[in-house]
Design a protein around this ligand. Sequence first.
Ligand code: FEO
Length: 391
Amino acid sequence: MGAKEIVTGVHWVGSLDPSRKYFDELIPLPHGTTYNSYLIRGSKKVALIDGVDPSKTDILFKNLDEIGIKTLDFIVSQHAEQDHSGAIPALLEKFPMAKVVTHSMAKTMLQDLLNIPDEKIQLIKNGDELSLGNKTLKFILTPWVHWPETMFTLLKEDNILFTCDLYGSHLATENIISKNDKIIEDEAKRYYAEIMMPFVPFVKKHTTMVRELKPKIIATSHGPVYKNPEFILDLYEEWTSGKMKKKVLIAWVSMHESTKKMAAYLENALKERGIEVISHNMTGIDSGVLAMDLIDSASLVLASPVFLGAPHPNAINVAVLINLLKPKTKFLAVIGSFGWAGKLAENFSELLPNLKAERLEPVMVKGVPKEIDFERLDKLAEIIVEKHSEL
Ligand code: FEO
């Protein structure tokens, strides 16, 4: 796929990466990803907003050639993470007159990561403007979405807001303009849950600011461009609202079926009481699907057998991830089976210090669950129903 014009003088020149399977060797990418880079041609100067992953530098160069770019004056670096900055050394080699435009914190990070020399960097501050002739770039520092140095750029005359990672989606599609359909919503949600959810206060603050700016277009650095920004802003306001649904997420793992039976029984008991339940086996779980359910599930049930005196390692992995994602879960319950010893509720609490959820009475069963144990699970279901009624 080659360069595509978004509005007069502004081209998408990024690259698709449909075969990438994971981000950070952690986040599954069922639809690959894109690294969006934008070329802005002013009457006097030419600027590139962000680069691409270094593995796709040749595609970026091909796209720039295709639209006749022989010189580049500015490379605006909105985020130092290498999927956007990694091509900068090669860009500076190809366009030796270009300056990397960024702020002081990002400069340090770019130099740590990419060894960019001082003389190649032009520093800006929050609110500064840079004229390209008939087009003007305004820089807005937006820390912690999702690194401390993240920044937006507003192309004033066209009212296009370049937001780098924020509002992105991992979706390798040739439709670079969002159709605002279900797949975009799902992939933007997955992306939000895994990348932005730990930074909710900052995401909310910056989204309020974006609302006030009223951009005509939001151009992110992953996934399609939003020509109707209301679509993604509405979704972000919903996801960051902290309003939880009366929904229970059960994440379970089982070795000899006891814990599986308990999880299935509790799922049924909750459904019979009119509660929405999502159940995931933690073995081989897609962490993106789990993260999406964490956005709005009021209750989380972790179900695990005791394994060598501790939660099952697959459950430990999931708990560590949940703790990092900092969901707004209201209630946490632990259930599971043990052979001779084990304190899973305490173990999970230690693994989940960021989870401010109220801890419910655990249901631990010696060996296989028996009638009396199923009654305890019924009681847990009742407690969850009661707790949800307070929401
Ligand atoms: Fe797309 Fe934080 O990099």
